[in-house]
Design a protein around this ligand. Structure first.
Ligand SMILES: Cc1ncc(COP(=O)(O)O)c(C=O)c1O
Length: 406
């Protein structure tokens, strides 16, 4: 007898949603989608924050040497000893903080992983996480993935181009409550370029202490500062050392965004939980690149001075080009983005404007709505990254002159 084909014996498939409710609640990264669109239309990519110039030669050499020396297997899950030591030494030098590299550092696959690992390590379902908006777009999905409830607090744009983005103290206080587990800070800030002042950080400290909340601070632009702005780590404020998770990484300071090396620094109790989550998320960051990280973090002070000066020159190249093209610009004090107001062009919203820019003008930017909890909040804003060569920025300036209003 010929057996029936197996398909006829299969039970009817029961219909269930294929993907989780969590995954339904957020979209793909708009920033990374704009990079794909830049490829598609052959546009200049001023969307995603990665340099189009080479990383420092000594760091690349260190990575090559580590691979040649067969540092090619799993590193210790919470980070190569040499890199953790270099992180502790650098934090002592720049922040004056004594960090125990054996118990207080977790090296991750970029600060992106350090952030989600930290959130997963500290939150229970329904905990509130306070997030300033506009925010770096990962923080929204990070909160969803960790079952936390984001509570957004507006950073208000300045009336004058050279003014500061500010939060309203009453609005921030109102976002804190008994369920507040943590506030996410990002200073210097993407996308606004804001550098939080000591007085602002002290106000935030007061709320953290009053409500028993933690601060998770993303400081990956700590060395990219302009006009005398000073970076202050909230962990250095009295009472905050034990309740801060400080996140940083190699991507921006050493122009190696593709290496995926970042870290979280926190008290031993917090680190213990972060390390467990990190271990089961990714096991570890790339071993040879961690060795190169130890070389990078040991570069002399002049490296950081030159980095900031070079970015200042790039900022000052793109700013007038945007202004001349008709954008209202917000002058950044740190990081490498310029947030702009596009009202004068008369487009219905940021997305249609960004589409015009990428398709017709040949420049990829990021629509402002991707930095806000509600699209209409960013409907008049577009962000440009200036971590690019002079040649790229000059070509962008030339193309920007073709932007026309509707
Ligand atoms: C504020 C902020 N945090 C984190 C990241 C990603 O950092 P990493 O490459 O270390 O994952 C970015 C990248 O643009 C960023 O702007």
């Amino acid at each position: 007898m010929v057996p029936k084909s197996s398909s006829t014996r299969l039970p009817r498939a029961r219909s269930k949603p294929l993907v989780s409710e969590k995954a339904e609640r957020f979209t793909e990264s708009v920033i990374r989608d704009m990079t794909r669109q830049a490829h598609l239309y052959g546009a200049i990519n001023l969307a995603q924050g990665f340099p189009d110039f080479p990383a420092p030669a000594e760091i690349k050499r260190a990575a090559q040497q580590a691979i040649a020396a067969d540092v090619n297997q799993y590193a210790i899950t919470w980070g190569a000893k040499s890199l953790r030591q270099a992180i502790a030494t650098k934090m002592k030098k720049w922040q004056g903080l004594e960090i125990d590299p054996e118990a207080e550092i977790t090296v991750c696959c970029g600060s992106t992983e350090a952030m989600i690992a930290s959130l997963l390590a500290i939150t229970n379902a329904g905990d509130d996480i306070v997030i300033f908006e506009p925010f770096y777009e990962n923080y929204g999905p990070d909160a969803i993935l960790s079952d936390a409830r984001p509570r957004f607090v507006t950073l208000h744009p300045p009336a004058e181009p050279a003014g500061e983005w500010r939060f309203d103290e009453q609005e921030l206080r109102a976002a804190f409550g008994p369920r507040t587990k943590a506030i996410i800070l990002n200073t210097p800030n993407n996308p606004t370029g804001k550098v939080f002042t000591r007085a602002e950080l002290e106000f935030i400290r007061g709320l953290c202490l009053e409500f028993g909340a933690l601060a998770i601070t993303d400081e990956i632009y700590e060395h990219i500062l302009y006009d005398g702005a000073r970076h202050i780590s909230i962990a250095t404020l009295d009472g905050m050392r034990e309740r801060t998770i400080t996140i940083n990484g190699m991507s921006k300071t050493y122009s190696v965004t593709g290496w995926r090396v970042g870290w979280a620094v926190a008290s031993p109790a917090l680190t213990n939980a972060i390390r467990k989550v990190h271990d089961f998320l990714t096991v570890g960051a790339p071993a040879p690149l961690q060795e190169a990280g130890a070389t990078a973090l040991s570069l002399p002070d002049s490296y950081y001075q030159e980095l900031a000066a070079a970015y200042r020159a790039r900022r000052d190249r793109l700013l007038p080009a945007l202004q001349q093209a008709g954008f209202k610009t917000f002058v950044p004090r740190g990081a490498y983005y310029i947030m702009t107001d596009i009202s004068s062009f008369g487009f219905p919203d940021d997305v249609s404007f960004a589409q015009h820019l990428v398709k017709d003008i040949g420049i990829a930017s990021v629509p402002g709505s991707s930095f806000y909890s509600h699209p209409q909040l960013g409907a008049r804003q577009v962000r440009f990254a200036f971590c690019k060569t002079d040649a790229t920025l000059d070509e962008a300036a030339r193309r920007l002159l073709q932007v026309r209003g509707r």
